[in-house]
Design a protein around this ligand. Sequence first.
Ligand code: ADP
Ligand code: MG
Length: 762
Amino acid sequence: MCVCVPHDLQLYILQMNQRDRIQKQRESLPTYEYRDELIEAIREYSILVVIGETGSGKTTQIPQYILESLPDVKKIGVTQPRRIAAITVAKRVSEEQDVSLGAAVGYTIRFDDRTSSSTKLKYMTDGVLLREATQDPHLSQYSVVIIDEAHERTLETDVLFGLLKQTHRLRPDLKILIMSATLDVEKFSDFFDECPIFEIPGRTFPVDIIYPESSQRLSSLKSLMVDQAVDTAWQIHTQEAPGDILVFLTGQHDIERACKAFEDKERKLNYKKGVKYYDDGHGVKNAVVFPLYASLETFDQKAVFDPSRESVRKVVFATNVAQTSVTIPGIRYVVDAGFVKEKSFDPNTGMDALLVTEISQAAATQRAGRAGRTAPGKAYRLYDEDSYNRMLLNTIPEIQRSSLLSTVLSLKKMHIIDVLGFEFIDPPEETLVKNALKQLYLLGAIDDIGKITPMGEKMSHFPLSPSLARVLVSSAEEYGCSHEVLTVASILAGENDLFRAPSARSKGGEEAMVKAEECKLRFAHHSGDHMTFLNVWHEWRQHGKDRRWCKDNWINSKVLETASSVRSQLIDVMDKCRLPIKHAPKIKAKSSKSNKRKMGQDERGETIDPVPILKSFLTGYFTNIANKGVNRSVFSHYSPDEHLTEGISADEGSFGVRSNALVALHLHPLCAFSDMLDRNKIKYAELDWVMYTHVTYTNKAVMKGVSKILWDWVRSGDGQERIKKLPKTRLNGGDGPNVLEMDDKMKEESVVVMANIDLPDD
Ligand code: ADP
Ligand code: MG
């Protein structure tokens, strides 16, 4: 006999099973046992530190307990240091609450808001809450604010600590929770006037630490890192009992390469054996490989979090995001390459750069711990024990190693004039704060007694670096070309490169490289990258924003799509600040018979004048300029004490940056100029002064986002006026020190403020 179950009922049963499963999972987490005690503690204290092992349920569960047990709370805000964590967790929690994402549970990250008026639980990056606090120091829309992953000590989290202390004085009714893995918690409690600490005992299993057989120093590991990590993961996969593998590498590029290498190995083996999959005698057959890194916003969350099917092993190649922010179930093997990519202030260029650095002992321990969450595990370190012993005990908080430009502007915006006296949990070095004050003054964001200017107010509305914000304001108010500048700024605001570079190593690599270069050359503008980006944008729109077209032209379609959404959000900010959006002036075109639009022209086929656009960018980046003297291999470099340093030779093709230590800067291969020089479209001698957007480091310092400028533009800019007035300023407020007072000290420490250089009249 056949029993027919109606389709609706089937669906209902399926959903019930799913709900059951979720409920069981929630109840199995260590936080569950402490639910009532936790709620009691939150009722009783206005500030509370909560600690518990990673994976115990702090991030996903505790906000839900509050939501479920304290019905009269307004909004609960939870910060995450990483965008990917905010998204992942919000998705998960909305599933657990059985609501659609963006309704009662949502997230907000920069340029992406998935909340609505009905949102009660909002996950967000710490940067977003910091921005909100700048606009509303009372944080009046929240009843509860949770600073999660506090042990990560990001710059934004650290500033939030100081601000929340003030908010607490203004609003004693606000509940503040600091959640952290089991690191350094006394410090948090001490900072918040010895507030109570609630500890959730963890359930962890022992993890065997395995060091390489022969000695392996971290310093010599760097270039071999990916290969060794893949080999080790492969060895585990083919020799060890079931259990998933988590491999810690440093960035997107390495991770993609590792995933491919691992999959290649598997493919080759299967091919050799002539069977579809491999059986190692433990019942593990094939592997599924996942990348996991921060800019991977659309990663296949379901697949990573689903328990592995029997006989299949998950192999996850991840950045630091998997160290404490995101917990993947089932991991029993960890491979740790010992490096992390982190933000570091580079005193030579005065800017932040992402550098691959050694992790700390605390981080190594956290990473190893990921193998012992559900059963005993093994952690394979690719470096020897000696290297481990030489590591720093703890990671240096980000605030002590980054440029503080945005942070100081936020504080000034909140009328915290004396930023040197701000209550930081670990104060940054004074020189870093003073350097930021000086840069902000040069950008015109603060005046000569350290107060925020109307320009600074406008800049602070943009979720961008102060330099880029300044560019937008100038393009609207001064140069009348905000329409175009918005486009270029939106592309530059993203973290990824617009052009894709084929790898020479891959199959047909050489040929692909030539092809990609030809494509790039078609877009290249004689003035450099800024206008080249604009060319790409116009072509892309002309081709209906087609992904296929992007692929064929070696363009990263995601960068353009993101830029498009960023652009419309920046337009909203411009409207709010009443900044006009104007088209750049056109150059009178020589009459052309063909109707076909050429590069450098806008959608109507008119030729855009690059000068106002580049001048706008220079108002934000006039301290990021480099000079390639007229002589091809000799650099002229002016030091602050006005001694002409001549005859420092560097390789052909590098630039001297203006600072008191000469840094040779090279063009990144993705720069328009690189291709143009390669193909003799321009000559090195034609490049004198350039402006750059970033510096990154490979084995040398390379500039990205580079365009040609004239020294005259720099000299006539109002930045020069401010450079002259700098000695008279008191940027830390009326009674604060003169910023120049510390210059001797800064010089000693060779922290360089590039713009404070008197340049000759010509
Ligand atoms: P903590 O914040 O204490 O580190 P979390 O609340 O992040 O812990 O995680 C608790 C549990 O929820 C972990 O076992 C984790 O694997 C699981 N989990 C987290 N996110 C997801 C998700 N997106 N899908 C499935 N399980 C998840
Ligand atoms: Mg967490």
